[in-house]
Design a protein around this ligand. Structure first.
Ligand code: ADP
Ligand code: S3P
Ligand code: MG
Length: 182
C-alpha cells in the first residue's frame, strides 16, 4: 500500500471530533508515514493552546496560522496530516490539500456531540447549545468536505482501528492506475 501511494500525502478532513487526529496516527503507522497534526504545530509554534489563540487573537488570526502551517507541511511527502475541522473554509487551502489524497471522515453530529461533551479544547464548541452549533457548522461545511477524494462514512461503535482499515481499503479506488502497455 505504501508503494501504491508513492509518497503522496494523506490529508484527513472532517468535523472536530471526527477522529482525524486519532485515526491519522494509525494510518501513518500502517503506511510507514510520518504523522503531523496542524493544530499541534500551530500550538507548538505559538507556545499557546488553540483555546488561547482563539481567545487572544481571534478566529481569523488562527485561520491565517492554519494556512501558513498547511503551506509548509505540503512541501513534504510521506505524511499523514490531521487537519483542523475548519481547514476547508479557505479557498487557498484547497490548492494545498489537493497536493495529496483528501479523506473526509464523516461522523454523525450525535456521535461527535457525545465524544466532545466533556471536552473544553474546542473553542467553537464553548457555546450555550453545542449540539446546534455542531449542526450549523456541519451544514455550512458539508459542501466543502464533499470535495474530498474519499468519503468515509462512520457509524456508532466503529473503532479507530476499524476506521483506519476502511480508509486503507478505500485508497486504491481513487489512485490512478498505472498505464498498461501490454
Ligand atoms: N472511532 C472512535 N470511537 C470512539 N472515540 C473516538 C473515535 N475516534 C476518536 N475518538 C475520540 O473522540 C475524541 C476526538 O477525537 P480526535 O481524534 O481528537 O478528533 P479530531 O482530530 O477529528 O477533532 C477523542 O477523545 C478521541 O479519543
Ligand atoms: O472545526 C474547527 O473550526 C476547529 C477544529 C479544531 O480541530 P479538530 O477538528 O481537530 O478538533 C481546531 O482546529 C479549532 O478548534 C477549530
Ligand atoms: Mg484533531
Amino acid at each position: 500500500m505504501s508503494s501504491l501511494l508513492q509518497g503522496v500525502n494523506l490529508y484527513l478532513i472532517g468535523m472536530m471530533g471526527a477522529g482525524k487526529t486519532t485515526v491519522g496516527q494509525l494510518l501513518a503507522q500502517q503506511l510507514s508515514y510520518g504523522f503531523v497534526d496542524t493544530d499541534n504545530i500551530i500550538a507548538q509554534a505559538a507556545g499557546r493552546s488553540i483555546n488561547q489563540i482563539f481567545a487572544q487573537e481571534g478566529e481569523a488570526a488562527f485561520r491565517q496560522l492554519e494556512s501558513d502551517v498547511l503551506a509548509q507541511v505540503c512541501a513534504y511527502t510521506r505524511l499523514t496530516i490531521a487537519t483542523g475541522g475548519g481547514i476547508v473554509l479557505r479557498r487557498e487551502n484547497w490548492s494545498y490539500l489537493h497536493h495529496g489524497l483528501i479523506v473526509w471522515l464523516d461522523v454523525p453530529v450525535e456521535i461527535i456531540y457525545n465524544r466532545l461533551a466533556e471536552d473544553t479544547t474546542r473553542p467553537l464548541l464553548q457555546d450555550i447549545d453545542p449540539q446546534s452549533k455542531l449542526r450549523s457548522l456541519l451544514e455550512q461545511r458539508t459542501p466543502l468536505y464533499s470535495q474530498a477524494d474519499l468519503h468515509i462514512t462512520i457509524s456508532k461503535g466503529e473503532t479507530p482501528e476499524e476506521i483506519a482499515t476502511k480508509v486503507m481499503q478505500a485508497i486504491p479506488s481513487v489512485l490512478k492506475k498505472p498505464i498498461s502497455h501490454s
